[in-house]
Design a protein around this ligand. Structure first.
Ligand code: TIU
Length: 219
């Protein structure tokens, strides 16, 4: 067993039953010209999460942990994109042409994961149509088959896909520890409050730690 220093309290975990989950580190969110920018956001705010997540990924690979990558996106015909998501706010971005291909469509350049964090063979990639990683995916089955109990969570954005995934995971019985420097938001105040919401009330959704504490705990 290992112990990671975290808030609201330290968390015991076993690397063999822990998965690193890296959420939606796609060009569409992290780079200009994608979905994030089309929504009116400054994508450069997300770049702070890249380097610490690289360090965590390197260590998790070294320790042969299960590593899961997720990508938010849709079929080319958009048949899995509910109208409420397609025309949010009366505007349509998903499926339209951008400099990195059709926005948030599977197979397009913008939909794929940034090169710094690119999956290698043996690391499952979960293609998800929603914000949560469990909705309409086989993630739960993959985690059950591997006997996973704990999730170490990185990715973007904190208040949208990371939060939704952590809430889904918490309800399914997983212990989730979110690494504060490996997640990012387009809104600095959401970054602060988003982390507080996870660890408040005795850790209502999970634990909050950071890359350094994870690397120390697992080393
Ligand atoms: N808009 C925003 O903050 N996020 C998303 O739409 N998806 C994810 O968080 N991945």
């Amino acid at each position: 067993m290992s112990v990671i220093q975290a808030e609201p309290c330290a968390l015991e975990f076993n690397a063999a039953t822990t998965a690193l989950v890296i959420i939606d580190m796609q060009r569409d969110f992290v780079l200009p010209g994608g979905f994030g920018e089309m929504l009116g956001n400054d994508t450069s705010l997300l770049l702070s999460a890249v380097q610490p997540t690289e360090q965590v990924l390197k260590k998790a690979r070294e320790k042969r942990m299960l590593i899961i990558h997720t990508r938010e996106g849709h079929r080319a015909d958009l048949s899995d994109c509910p109208p409420a998501k397609l025309t949010r706010g009366g505007k349509t971005f998903i499926g339209t042409d951008g400099p990195m291909g059709r926005i948030l469509v599977r197979g397009e350049q913008g939909h794929d994961i940034i090169h710094q964090l690119y999956p290698i063979a043996g690391e499952p990639v979960i293609d998800k149509p929603g914000k949560g990683s469990f909705h309409a995916t086989d993630l739960h089955q993959i985690l059950l088959d591997r006997g996973i109990k704990t999730l170490v969570v990185c990715g973007v954005t904190l208040e949208v896909c990371v939060h939704t995934t952590v809430r889904e995971a918490n309800d399914r019985g997983y212990e989730c520890v979110v690494l504060s420097d490996c997640v990012a938001s387009y809104f600095p105040e959401f970054q602060r409050v988003g982390l507080e919401m996870i660890k408040a009330q005795g850790g209502i959704f999970g634990w909050v730690s950071n890359s350094k504490s994870f690397i120390t705990a697992i080393s």
